[in-house]
Write a protein that binds this ligand. Structure first.
Ligand code: FPP
Length: 227
């Protein structure tokens, strides 16, 4: 089976928490546990690259307390998970801007990236202070005359095969706009803190049932079925 790229917009932490009378930060904490579950489940489902939308450029507009709590959670995740990633063959990498992230978090990221650089079982990319439009613009400016589909893809990362968004919302929110050109999309009402390895397996199953045509006509068998 060809290994593929899954990207997830992890949405619904705040609503999940508020619905239980908890502070929003409790939702992010439960969301971090969901991250652990999907990272554990992903390699055996054939996923080669998993990109998680952990913090967008727009998320800086949230109340300072929530932003600080998210940064702390991300730091704690790296402290607690880097060794496990190493043991499980998970290469960890951050995409997005680094110059506005807290310096201790950047140091943890760089340490995790260095330690896990050789791991090949799963490529886990955390999108932090990320904006797809910015990534595309920066790449275009950097490549200049050398810009082609191939050099863009090389600079930005692999095409997304399956995009999942939780919490019932159905939009891309400036996530991997170039890479999602031919992505299959699965939207689930499940709030991110409730998302499990089984939910991921279900989304992957749905993906495998899709007929990906990339602009071509339907396969012969499909054509006969719909004739
Ligand atoms: C969206 O839910 C979620 C985020 C903006 C942050 C995602 C962060 C985590 C899952 C936790 C930490 C991440 C890692 C990688 C350890 P929301 O707050 O927008 O929810 P709402 O739409 O219900 O308000």
């Amino acid at each position: 089976m060809e290994r593929f790229h899954v990207a997830i917009i992890m949405d619904g932490n705040g609503r999940w928490a508020l619905g239980r009378g908890l502070p929003r930060v409790a939702g992010h904490r439960a969301g971090a546990a969901a991250v652990r579950r999907v990272v554990e489940a992903a390699p055996d489902l054939g996923i080669k690259t998993l990109t998680l939308y952990a913090f967008s450029e727009d998320n800086w507009t949230r109340p300072a307390r929530e932003v600080t709590a998210l940064m702390k959670l991300l730091g704690r995740y790296l402290v607690e998970e880097t060794d496990r990633c190493l043991k499980n063959g998970v290469r960890l990498e951050a995409i997005g801007r680094r110059d506005r992230l807290p310096a201790p978090l950047v140091a943890l990221l760089e340490d995790a990236e260095r330690k896990t650089a050789h791991c090949r079982r799963l490529h886990l990319r955390l999108a932090l202070d990320y904006s797809a439009r910015r990534a595309i613009l920066d790449t275009a400016l950097r490549l200049g005359n050398l810009a082609t589909e191939e050099t863009f893809t090389e600079a930005l990362g692999p095409d997304v095969d399956l995009l999942i968004r939780t919490s019932g919302e159905q939009r891309l929110s400036d996530f991997l706009l170039w890479e999602c050109a031919y992505a299959e999309m699965v939207f689930t009402p499940r709030m991110w803190p409730m998302f499990t390895g089984e939910d991921l397996a279900e989304a992957v199953d749905a993906f495998h049932r899709r007929d990906r045509r990339f602009g071509r006509i339907a396969s012969e068998s499909d054509a006969r079925r719909t004739a």
